[in-house]
Design a protein around this ligand. Structure first.
Ligand SMILES: [Zn+2]
Length: 87
């Protein structure tokens, strides 16, 4: 809980580059958003000094995501079967 609050505060102070932050590469003058390029310039690979945020789904555990999807589908099947049985 403490680490989550610290991460949000860190983000709110603008020290982490988010999805809307643009950076200009000093080598090839390309303006890009490092949030979507894994933190590196897509042409030369230069990285800004600031920390770059990552979309949450890149850090999500795929097994956990698959389990949640399977659980939701199973619950949906239960609802469908109960509705079909009652009608
Ligand atoms: Zn570059």
């Amino acid at each position: 809980m403490t680490s989550l609050a610290a991460a949000v505060t860190h983000d709110a102070h603008g020290q982490t580059l988010g999805p809307h932050d643009h950076v200009v590469c000093p080598i090839d003058d390309l303006e890009f958003r490092p949030y979507y390029t894994d933190g590196a310039c897509p042409i030369c690979g230069w990285r800004p000094d600031e920390a770059v945020g990552r979309p949450w789904w890149l850090d999500a555990d795929p097994v956990l995501v698959a389990f949640v999807v399977a659980a939701v589908v199973a619950a949906l099947m239960v609802v469908i079967v109960i509705a079909a049985y009652r009608s």
